[in-house]
Design a protein around this ligand. Structure first.
Ligand code: AMP
Length: 370
């Protein structure tokens, strides 16, 4: 039997968790990441070269299949890789997710509701958008993440200034959605079209960065759960998608509005390492290599708390029952995701009690968090 090999563009924490999930399957992983301290190197062969370095891409192209852990893959690099090996997810998904205008147009085409969105090319467009939308979020079409590249425009007279602050690049203006909560669906689609979905998760953000995910989301009616999954499924099928895909949603008055989708494993799916029969990372590896997918059934109730800025002393967290720490091996830095904690329990009440203890430890002031 010949063992499979997987190439990953990007060696951050997502690449690391993918590589760790690939190991028990006997899959050898190579990652390309210019960072000499790339977190994935603990579980993968690391090529420390830029994403557009032809030699690095050729090395990645020696793997059976290539995937990526971030969406801003340079266009030419993607084309080169596609000439060498199958790349999953395919380029169409990546292109749609790279550009917020294309993404919203795709939602519209598929009948997936989203915040009213206007295209902004000039400062006049930014001003006129206020007349139509009222207070809105100005977001760069490309390269935004974790709330970066976006400004909340609350006043017409500040619209042009906000656009200038974003360097006048092509943007979108999105109606400010007064949602009750944020949800996400993580699914995985195999090469044969089989789809498995994780339970819908409820997410809380702080300063635009994911803080907490609860699995399953509390108070989900079966109808809303089914609706959320059907929207993500529609997207995956339209794109003939292979691998893990995440769809972020706003719930407003019982209605679901799509915020954005990620053509990759997603932070709101990290709970699945301990909280599901098969993690999102293992299922992504299985999907892109053409293996059967694993069960996404939950293992009890779980919560995921991101560790932002710096890690805590592990002992206090590890003293709690069914609490699992993931240290990505990164240097502390303000607003940087350096790890996460998964909390698991047999009931919602038990989860809430354990989570309160974890949050008290995680949010205690730390000398290194400045
Ligand atoms: P994004 O980078 O687009 O996912 O935005 C990061 C976070 O900002 C989201 O998870 C929401 O909490 C908030 N946000 C983004 N877009 C909107 C919107 N149109 N209305 C209200 N809140 C938003």
């Amino acid at each position: 039997m010949k063992r499979k090999t997987l190439g990953i563009l990007g060696g951050g924490q997502l690449g690391r968790m993918l590589a760790l999930a690939a190991q028990p399957l006997g899959v050898r992983v190579t990652v390309v990441d210019p960072d000499e301290h790339a977190p994935a190197q603990v579980a993968a062969e690391h090529v420390p070269l830029p994403y557009d370095d032809w030699d690095a891409l050729d090395e990645l192209g020696l793997s059976d299949v290539v995937t990526f852990e971030f969406e801003n893959v340079p266009e030419d690099s993607l084309k080169r890789l596609e000439r060498l090996r199958p790349v999953f997810p395919r380029a169409n998904a990546l292109r749609a997710a790279q550009d917020r205008w294309e993404e919203k147009s795709l939602f519209l085409e598929l009948g997936i509701s989203a915040a009213r969105t206007l295209r902004i090319d000039t400062s006049e467009d930014a001003e006129k958008a206020f007349d139509e939308l009222g207070p809105y979020l100005l977001k760069t079409r490309r390269l935004g993440y974790d709330g970066k590249g976006q400004i909340f425009v609350t006043d017409r007279s500040r619209a042009a200034e906000a656009h200038a602050e974003l360097q006048g690049v092509p943007c979108v203006a999105e109606e400010k959605v007064n949602f009750q909560r944020e949800l996400s669906v993580v699914l995985c689609r195999g090469q044969d079209g089989t789809i498995v979905s994780y339970p819908v998760v409820q997410n809380t953000h702080k300063s635009g960065i994911l803080h907490l995910s609860l699995c399953p989301a509390p108070n989900m009616s079966p109808e809303l759960e089914a609706k959320a999954k059907s929207l993500a499924t529609r997207l995956a099928e339209k794109l003939d998608y292979v691998g893990v895909l995440a769809l972020e949603l706003f719930e407003r008055d019982g209605e679901l509005l799509a915020n954005e989708f990620a053509p990759r494993v997603h932070n709101s799916g990290h709970f699945s390492i301990e909280g599901s029969v098969t993690s999102q990372f293992e299922n992504h590896v299985r999907a892109v290599l053409g293996f059967p997918l694993g069960s996404t059934d939950p293992v009890g109730y779980s919560a995921m708390v991101n560790l932002i800025g710096d890690l805590r002393e592990p002992a206090a967290l590890l003293a709690l029952p069914d609490v699992h720490l993931h240290d990505y091996g990164k240097e502390p830095r303000k607003n940087r995701k350096v790890g996460h904690v998964t909390v698991r329990a047999q009931s919602r009440e038990e989860l809430d009690a354990r989570l309160a203890e974890v949050l008290a430890i995680v949010s205690a002031p730390s000398s290194a968090s400045a």
